[in-house]
Design a protein around this ligand. Structure first.
Ligand code: CDP
Length: 246
């Protein structure tokens, strides 16, 4: 790993990648990239590269995992061994199990599971390249893949983190900021702004959390617009005006 830079934020308020405190990294989304999945998404956010496949609703196996009144959501977050600087050990880890659990819970309030009893909805996340913020990137990609699969949802979920770097509250930490910053605070929310995931690593005052949540709301609004644009492009049928009779 590189040494800690002297400053993560310059005197003119710019971060090492040129962003201001309230800016998210550039995001690129491709929808429907896996032909065997019911829904899929490839997302790049800064240097993060994430692939998500959604399968279902389909009969849940093993049978004892079925619920008679609702679908079960299964979310598996996995890091490719080549996705990080030091090789990630294959297979589940405490970290990936935790991320899978909180990410599944982030979707539970919006997926209309009551419509599909006895089934499972599987969300498989593969992190191909990691640069901090992979859980938030994966949630944004999963939201698109679920919509691509046509799974009824009350709305999209968007996700973004804020953190504290050189004593300042900033949006969407990159790897250097995550490594050498003082706090990291990932959040996911519904399109109405209801929070469905909230975690904190580090120390923050209540005032810093309030400020950070304002930044996150702004970031999530921008992400929601990107998600909506991609979905509109795929699903909106253009209105063809009838030709005027002459
Ligand atoms: O990725 P996210 O910020 O959601 O989770 P994290 O546990 O805070 O990890 C931050 C970053 O550390 C990841 O995005 C990776 O870039 C890196 N990391 C790593 O290099 N090796 C691991 N085994 C796990 C994470």
């Amino acid at each position: 790993m590189s040494d800690k830079p002297e400053k993560l934020i310059t005197d003119d308020g710019l971060r090492l990648d040129g962003r201001r405190a309230d800016e998210i990294r550039p995001m690129k989304i491709e929808i429907g990239v896996l032909s065997r999945a019911d829904g899929s998404c490839y997302l790049e956010w800064g240097k993060n590269k994430i692939l998500v496949g959604v399968f279902g609703p389909r009969e849940a196996h093993p049978r004892r995992s079925q619920r008679s009144d609702t679908a079960v959501i299964r979310y598996r977050y996995n890091m490719a061994s080549f996705s990080v600087e030091d090789r990630a050990r294959p297979g589940p880890s405490r970290r990936s199990i935790e991320i899978s659990k909180v990410s599944r819970e982030a979707f539970e309030p919006v997926i209309m599971t009551e419509l599909f009893p006895k089934t499972a909805i599987d969300i498989f996340v593969e992190v191909l390249q990691a640069d901090a913020g992979t859980r938030t990137a994966a949630i944004n990609a999963s939201s698109i893949a679920l919509a691509d699969a046509g799974i009824p949802m009350k709305g999209l979920i968007t996700s973004c983190a804020f953190g504290k770097v050189d004593g300042q509250i900033v949006l969407d930490l990159n790897k250097e900021e995550d490594n050498y910053g003082e706090a990291d605070f990932p959040v996911a929310m519904t399109q109405d702004g209801d929070i469905t995931l909230l975690q904190m690593d580090g120390h923050l005052t209540p005032e810093e959390i309030r400020k950070g949540l304002e930044l996150v709301k702004k970031g999530c609004k921008e992400i929601l617009e990107i998600q909506r644009t991609v979905l509109r492009k795929k699903f909106e049928t253009p209105i063809v005006e009838p030709e005027e009779e002459t």
